[in-house]
Ligand binder design. Structure first.
Ligand code: PMP
Length: 440
């Protein structure tokens, strides 16, 4: 009508509106059409740099533990590293994985998009690898950039700032940092050799109605404990009774040194309350940044809406991994790794055992990557860590895994990252310094 009145073409009017819109002169409201509007007055010019005008308080809700831990190898490239939780550089050659990366690098598809949810052939292989009756289709899987991103997606979907979640305490510091940075309150549940104390959990669920239960039930990080079958069933019955989902972080399932662990919670999940999270970081290498979420199809479709915002996980890695899994190369690699990890744990333990005379305590490793060490009376974890770091050995302080950041008498030692000869050297240094600090 306007075009006819002005005697111009319709396209001229549409283009004029588009230009006004780009310049911010048009406001539109659903149902009330579009109208021309004056621009709001510009705020007064400020001489303060833009970067200090924003509110970054959420970033400070948790200490930057992850960044600090990952920076160790840049700051101290020659450190004997008991701090990082991975299977070590020496396993790269025997894994055979580089050949799959090279072959993926020769495939044209490696340089283009795949679906948001992840490369379909990889998702197929992950379904096969898990072997859970409850996860029978690639549609129930979403590939993520490490399981850390998986946990980020799940947490952002299920909880909002101010909500609470429950988890065993101590717990993996990366999750703790993530929850706290998102403004989520963490309700701790104690654990013992049989994992999370589900009798205590019961009272907490009734009282707080958390948004979800986050758990590392198998070879828990940092304690190495595994949730017993009885408690697994109790946990699932509580989750069903209260209608509260369980996020199962299963990073260490295949890393038993002795007997295999009980079935995953997901494999026991009749009611569909378990959201399963896993990663290749511990089975292969953390720099791959590939993990996955497995859950019911409806939930995965919702995960995909959020994952879409960061497009997808790197395709080169996904193709290499899909072919590696398809060739069944991961199973013999893990068998070799477990043999090596057993030796590494023995070497480390041989140095820990004599320190028990000073009051140091630890559990024999049954799987996973760590010794969770309780320090003798009078030895301070941070002081010990700083002295050891200067003498060329790194490890992680226990306070990172706990809600209270006050001095905690624990350290975590990863036994899988260094070859046995380096473990010998590093542990001799720690033993000497610890003994001296105990005597001071
Ligand atoms: N969950 C647990 C329990 C872990 O120990 C780790 C690694 N330390 C992760 C998740 C992180 O895995 P990713 O590298 O896949 O993000």
């Amino acid at each position: 009508k306007l075009a006819a009145r002005l005697g111009v073409s319709r396209n001229t009017v549409v283009r004029a509106y588009a230009e006004l819109e780009v310049e911010g002169f048009i406001a539109g409201k659903m149902g009330s059409g579009r109208y021309v509007e004056a621009l709001p007055p510009a705020p007064a010019l400020s001489r303060i740099h833009w970067s200090s005008q924003h509110n970054y308080t959420h970033l400070h809700a948790a200490p930057p533990h992850m960044a600090e831990l990952l920076a160790i190898t840049d700051t101290y490239p020659d450190t004997i590293n008991f701090a990082h939780g991975d299977g070590g550089k020496h396993t790269l050659v025997t894994s055979g994985f580089p050949a799959y990366v090279k072959s993926a690098a020769d495939q044209i598809n490696s340089y283009f998009f795949t679906s948001v949810q992840g490369f379909p052939l990889l998702r197929e292989q992950l379904v096969r690898w898990m072997g859970f009756e409850q996860v029978s289709s690639p549609e129930q899987v979403c590939v993520t950039s490490g399981s850390q991103e998986g946990l980020y997606l799940i947490t952002s979907m299920l909880a909002r700032p101010g909500d609470c979640i429950v988890t065993e305490m101590p717990t993996y510091f990366g999750s703790l940092q993530l929850f706290q940075s998102l403004g989520i309150q963490v309700i701790p549940v104690p654990l013992d050799q049989e994992g999370m104390k589900t009798d205590i959990l019961e009272g907490i669920l009734g009282r707080y109605r958390p948004r979800f239960i986050y758990t590392v039930p198998t070879f828990h990080n940092p304690t190495g404990y595994t949730l017993s079958l009885v408690r697994r069933k109790h946990l699932l019955s509580l989750s069903e009774h209260y209608g509260i989902p369980v996020v199962e972080d299963d990073a260490y399932r295949h890393l038993h040194l002795d007997t295999p662990p009980p079935p995953a919670l997901k494999a026991l999940d009749q009611a569909g309350h378990v959201i399963y999270l896993n990663t290749l970081s511990k089975l292969l290498f953390p720099g791959l940044r590939i993990g996955w979420i497995a859950a019911n199809q409806h939930f995965i479709q919702l995960v995909r809406r959020l994952k879409e915002l960061s497009i997808s996980t790197n395709m080169l890695g996904q193709i290499a991994l899909a072919n590696y899994l398809k060739a069944d190369a991961l199973t013999p690699h893990l068998a070799r790794s477990r043999n090596l990890y057993r030796q590494q744990a023995e070497v480390m333990e041989a140095h820990l055992q004599p320190l028990t005379a000073l009051g140091l305590q630890y559990e024999k490793a049954a799987g996973g990557f760590y010794f969770w060490v309780s320090l003798p009376e009078g030895v301070e974890a941070r002081k010990l860590m700083q002295t050891c770091r200067q003498k060329g050995v790194s490890f992680t302080c226990g306070d990172m895994f706990l809600l209270r950041h006050a001095e905690q008498p624990y350290i975590r030692l990863c036994f899988t990252h260094e070859p046995p000869s380096q473990i010998e050297r590093g542990m001799s240094i720690i033993s000497e310094i610890l003994t001296r600090q105990k005597e001071e």
